[in-house]
Design a protein around this ligand. Sequence first.
Ligand code: AMP
Length: 418
Amino acid sequence: MSQSKNKEPSSIKGTRDILPPESRKWQKAERFLQRIFESYGYKEIRTPVFESTELFEKGTGETSDVVIKEMYTFADKGGRSLTLRPEYTPSIVRSIIENRLYLKPDLMRFYFIGPMFRYDKPQKGRYRQFHQADIEVFGEKDPEVDAEIVEMAYTLLKKLGVKNIKILINSVGCRKCRPEYHKKLKTEAEKQRARLCEDCRRKIDTNPLRIFDCKKDTCRNAALGFPKITDFLCAECQSHFEKFRSLLDFYGLKYSVDPQLVRGLDYYTKTTFEITSSKLGAQDAVLGGGRYDEMMKDFGGPDICGIGFAMGMERLLSVMPDIDEPEKFLYIVHIGEEAKKVSMKLAQYFRENGVECVLEYKDRKLKKQMSRADKLKAAWSLVVGEEEIEKNKYQLKDMRTGDQKEVTKEEALKRMIG
Ligand code: AMP
């Protein structure tokens, strides 16, 4: 243990515990997301939390801020360079190639919900361990898929009660049209070099597109005058973008085109999008994603296109209304040693039949146990004493209404789940 002897242990900066009752809200959101994703044909893939560092350098991109500044990279005892995943897409692509999933007849639509790690500056909405709900589609190149994904994202946010949602879209072109844009952007950025921060000056040479990721006001203002990628799209990207937009109209979704929406990762081609909520404050993106038609091929796999999005769970939870679900459990009150044993059997019976059941083993007086049931906000209490055991009937109390009735265990079960 690295903690000194008398110092209380504390969590690592940028990480946090998810405690009850907040954890209930997480479970509810996770279950809801799983249901929605599965209703659109997605299946879950779980991959390891760490991968080879090279996977992210290659996938997320060597010029992205995530790779340059934010990766949790370490050497294991065998001297391998490993990285805690900062995002999910490269892991899924690796898994598809390694497991030859593209040879199966199944749809290649996958989802995942779990932790990601980035050495980011901790602040509201930005953590070092955070969670993403991620979906990815492979082998479907039509703009209908791009629109369906945005429609799904919008629908689920609406259904979860998230307010003040905005959809932002863009096209970042492809390997045919982007080089020309890069050249032009580099020339224009060079002219503004003096106004840019040191980081962005470096980006002029490495990847000028990444200047749009900078959050500094001076850089953002300078970038306002830069050429727009949407003016440089080739015929194929232009047509894809137009169809995508018309399909969003078809779904009745309002959106804005933001030509600076290049997103922080290097791999995007054609469509990019983000959904924001003004309720989030400065870090207002709930989710973001786009197409990455070249990644699988670049990884040495087949030429299969991909598209997906990642949603920040912490951000989603912070704008999702609280759930006010009352507790549903039964608290068994027992008096005496024999009653404790009978209660343990009863608890087994109720739990087997789907009733949440709490039994505390410390010897306490009846009144004290009833007040514990009250404090813990039990929905029901069941009193088990000598007399009850003899009659095989127990006092069941509805803790909300105060109604009380003598019942057998079968009758109690019926009342609670009926
Ligand atoms: P990205 O993988 O960078 O495209 O991010 C996708 C989504 O993940 C963002 O829209 C955020 O909701 C969330 N996100 C990204 N980085 C963080 C972070 N450091 N802390 C919390 N949420 C994050």
